[in-house]
Design a protein around this ligand. Structure first.
Ligand code: NI
Length: 300
């Protein structure tokens, strides 16, 4: 509570990082080089999760060293008891932005007090999206009607806050697209269909409603040709890449903890089916992210 009123650390952080770039290293890392081989944006990572408790700063340094210029830190956290989970990272780092929201898994825990708190947190200048929200009928951690209500309530609040939404959907595409068609399309605010694994037809319905389609580490798995086929068929200017860290580590790291430094593996998987260089996918998806969120093209 109260974090919503704090301004991000801003110019000092930027100056320090810029100095680091000019010296060939970041001030917080011992790595001797600072690679810009790929300019990447991880559009979805849970960097607040306890899996990073031991090495969170080193994990962020590795992301920087791998060319990750921006992370969108997803703020659903451990559940409604911590609604500002991602905001401290966005306050401490110029290159990290935050979301807020209640995940469909925890919909049954959501109260009107939580929704009121989210409406306040949405005013934070570095909160740029509301999510991840949606429907999950695979795990079914919350009853369907509760998931539906909390999803719609959050869409209404995101509309009031004029924030795009990040959609989580598992085994619930007809219902999710129906809700979005009824309650979100008219707002024109769009958003991101995160960790996309459905059909090209569903992806195209998303595009029609103003969504970008984000691909995660599961797109790198040998058996996931259906996901890569969708990534191949969509317009290049409509796709994003993400890690969903600490989950869904890409093929080379499968079974291990995922982290933003690995997002380039997703770029490689998509590049391989589009006959492009990984750098092309990295650059295009980074530009797509910046354009959608109206972020300045910066050095970082
Ligand atoms: Ni996620």
């Amino acid at each position: 509570m109260g974090t919503g009123e704090r301004k991000p650390g801003g110019s000092q952080d930027f100056a320090a990082l810029l100095a680091g770039v000019q010296q060939g290293c970041t001030p917080t890392t011992r790595r001797p080089t600072f690679s810009f081989a790929m300019q990447l944006i991880d559009s979805h990572a849970h960097i607040d999760f306890p899996q990073f408790a031991e090495d969170r700063e080193a994990m962020l340094d590795r992301a920087k060293a791998a060319g990750v210029q921006t992370i969108l830190a997803i703020g659903t956290g451990p559940g409604p008891e911590k609604l500002d989970a991602a905001i401290p990272f966005a306050e401490q780092h110029d290159w990290i932005f935050a979301t807020i929201g209640i995940h469909p898994h925890e919909a049954k825990l959501a109260t009107t007090r939580h929704l009121d708190q989210l409406a306040q947190l949405a005013k934070h200048p570095k909160v740029i999206a509301w999510g991840e929200i949606g429907l999950d009928y695979f795990y079914d951690h919350s009853p369907h009607e509760v998931q539906d209500r909390v999803f719609r309530d959050q869409l209404a609040l995101a509309h009031q806050a004029k924030l795009p939404v990040i959609i989580h959907c598992r085994d619930a595409w007809p219902g999710t697209l129906k809700v979005l068609d009824e309650s979100w399309r008219p707002t024109g605010l769009g958003g991101i269909l995160h960790c996309f694994s459905s059909t090209l037809e569903d992806a195209q319905r998303g595009l029609e409603m103003g969504f970008l389609i984000s691909f995660a580490g599961n797109s790198t798995y040998p058996k996931a040709s259906n996901i890569r086929d969708v990534a191949k068929a969509l317009p290049l200017e409509k796709i994003l890449i993400e890690t969903d860290a600490p989950f869904l580590a890409p093929q080379g790291y499968r079974g291990k903890r995922n982290e933003p430094a690995y997002v380039g593996e997703v770029a490689k998987a998509i590049a391989s089916v589009r006959n492009l260089a990984p750098e092309d996918i990295a650059t295009a998806t980074a530009a797509n992210f910046r354009r959608f969120f109206k972020l300045e093209q910066g050095l970082l």
